[in-house]
Design a protein around this ligand. Structure first.
Ligand code: TPP
Length: 334
């Protein structure tokens, strides 16, 4: 496997993966202290999947995620302060503290939304891809979903419609071996989710989800296809969830198999670090990134802690959309 691009790209991937891991570790620690309300699903162990995929996207491409919701926006380039503030429910949060951990979106980064309804991101990504196609934009929409979600009807419908209309969509199934307490083998028919692509007549690609460069290469090919009007691709990243399904939800809920230690040994951040060192990047450069990210995460937490909670009277502000005006051309045909 060859690395993608120059050292700068490699360092950017290292930076984003470090951001995710350190952000998640901090979030997990303060969740235990009761500072974050609600459920918290961390992305530790899966960093190469999100970062590799998002490094193949442009800033103005769309991205839709799921309930494992902080890794995707960070991978797409989101800043940590508003993200942490959102987790704490503060007004400075990316959704003004009304979305919380599981309902984040950062439109400035093309992040259309993380959502707790398993599988629901598929149709949203299809809508975004259709919008881009209808407007003649060369944007693509990438949808992250889990192996559990791969069995949801909404994902099948999204794949089917994207294939029928040849939409600029990329479906990335992050197969982290479990859907809550259910091992993938017990909940997903067939050997690989990627094999299902044949049923839709689109390419299906399997990739080592612990190798950030491999993921980037696979997704870049799919993005090129999508951007040039050749339609969607289904990619399966074989990866692993290091933590509980959700923080404090009970470790016994995830029945780890005999391969558990092997997965821990293939930590995506360690693997990428080793590759960068092999390419001649000095260890000090990587240590500086780690230290810089530690500061960023501390800064984000201080910022979030010092920010205000929304006022009681604002409880329903920013939650519902005001009725949108009906476009002139639609009115003309009414
Ligand atoms: C439609 C729907 N069904 C069930 C749930 C409960 N639920 C939340 S997360 C989850 C598991 C999802 O597994 P997967 O898609 O593999 O993602 P992972 O958690 O492994 O990242 C389930 C069943 C839900 N939130 N929404």
């Amino acid at each position: 496997m060859t690395a993608v691009g120059d050292n700068d790209r490699g360092l950017e991937k290292y930076l984003r993966m470090q951001r995710i891991r350190q952000f998640e570790n901090k979030a997990e620690a303060i969740h235990a202290q009761g500072e974050i309300p609600g459920a918290l699903h961390t992305y530790a162990g899966m960093e190469a999947s999100g970062v590799g995929a998002c490094m193949a996207l442009r800033d103005d491409d769309y991205m839709v995620g799921n309930h494992r919701s902080h890794g995707h926006p960070i991978a797409k380039g989101a800043m940590l302060r508003p993200l942490m503030a959102e987790l704490l429910g503060k007004t400075t949060g990316i959704c003004k503290g009304k979305g919380g951990s599981m309902h984040l979106s950062d439109f400035s980064m093309g992040s259309l939304g993380e959502t707790s309804i398993v599988g629901s991101g598929g149709p949203v990504a299809v809508g975004a891809a259709l919008g881009a196609q209808m407007q003649g934009l060369d944007r693509v929409a990438l949808c992250f979903f889990g192996d559990g979600a791969s069995s949801e009807g909404a994902i099948h419908e999204a794949l089917n419609l994207a294939a029928v209309w040849q939409l600029p969509a990329i479906f990335v199934c992050e197969n982290n071996r479990f859907g809550m307490s259910t091992p993938t083998s017990a909940g997903v028919a067939g050997e690989n989710v990627a094999d299902r692509a044949h049923g839709y007549g689109i390419p299906g690609v399997m990739v080592d989800g612990q190798d950030v460069d491999a993921v980037e290469i696979a997704v870049r090919e799919a993005v090129d296809r999508a951007r040039s009007g050749k339609g969607p691709t289904l990619i399966e990243t074989k990866t692993y969830r290091y933590g509980d399904h959700a923080v404090n939800m009970g470790r016994e809920l995830t029945p780890r198999g005999p391969d558990h230690e092997d997965w821990l040994a293939r930590d995506p951040i360690v693997l990428h670090r080793l590759r960068l060192l092999e390419q001649g990047v000095p260890p000090a450069a990587l240590d500086v990134i780690e230290a810089q990210v530690a500061e960023e995460v501390d800064d984000a937490l201080s910022f979030a802690r010092e920010s205000a909670y929304p006022a009681f009277e604002e409880a329903f502000d920013h939650v519902f959309v005001d009725r949108l005006p009906i476009p002139e051309d639609v009115l003309a045909h009414a």
